[in-house]
Design a protein around this ligand. Structure first.
Ligand SMILES: C[S@@+](CC[C@H](N)C(=O)[O-])C[C@H]1O[C@@H](n2cnc3c(N)ncnc32)[C@H](O)[C@@H]1O
Length: 217
């Protein structure tokens, strides 16, 4: 019997993963949103950051470029996305570690990161998996460390709610419902983070993308 894959691939189906980068570039405000996220993370020399669900490592590479003296680690469940990411990292000539693993069980020592960053991953997780991944992120952060999340957020209007149906049809209603109902901040707070804030909202052709920040007490 084959076990179900413990993650949803970037575009739901394995065969679409190789088209993920060009599709994202063409359809979402990927570059400006990820740039804003990198600015918000504000990495400093010597800090250690985990990109949780790094996929094809676009954000991971942006973080490494923003602060080459920081230690950048990426984790993703999908070996196909990681293979694309490793190739991009090698071509960019950057020092970045990419690991295969599941966010809820991220295999790093407690309190070993200054920042945990995640982009477009939480809408792939059902509520229990979101809770488990957030609890793991909290444990991996040092006291005072920060969580920064970019993902689909509260729709806020009928137009944005309707636009988001296309994402829900692709990625599933079970995993995306918390996002569009605006429940991510509450889930982050429930996992033991403080100062949870939505710092930015951007309307896109598929719905609202939100940027969040929170601190591990
Ligand atoms: C839409 S992609 C986003 C990738 C990247 N963070 C970005 O912003 O382009 C979602 C990624 O989350 C990964 N993923 C989904 N569930 C996961 C889990 N439970 N643990 C680790 N990775 C997971 C998928 O393999 C996929 O690469």
């Amino acid at each position: 019997m084959t076990r179900p894959t413990p993650y949803i691939p970037a575009l739901r189906f394995d065969w679409l993963t190789r088209f993920y980068d060009p599709i994202l570039r063409a359809t979402l405000k990927e570059e400006p949103l990820k740039r804003r996220l990198v600015e918000q993370v504000g990495l400093r020399s010597g800090q250690r950051v985990l990109d949780l669900g790094c996929g094809t490592a676009t954000l991971t590479i942006m973080l490494a470029r923003a602060c080459p003296e920081a230690e950048i680690v990426g984790l993703d469940g999908d070996p196909r996305a990681l293979a694309i990411g490793r190739d991009k990292v090698a071509r960019a000539g950057l020092r970045v570690e990419l690991h295969e693993g599941i966010a809820q069980e991220a295999p790093f020592p407690p309190a070993s990161f200054d920042r945990v960053v995640s982009s477009l991953v939480f809408h792939h997780l059902d509520t229990d998996a979101k809770r488990a991944a957030l609890a793991r992120a909290r444990d991996l952060l040092r006291p005072g460390g920060e969580l920064h999340v970019l993902d689909w957020g509260r729709a806020g209007s009928t137009l944005m709610r309707l636009a988001f149906l296309s994402v829900q049809l692709l990625d599933g209603f079970r995993t995306t419902g918390d996002n569009v109902r605006g429940r991510l901040p509450a889930l982050i707070a429930e996992a033991g983070f403080e100062g949870v804030a939505e710092t930015h909202r951007a309307r896109t052709m598929f719905g609202v993308m939100s940027l969040y920040r929170a601190t591990r007490p």
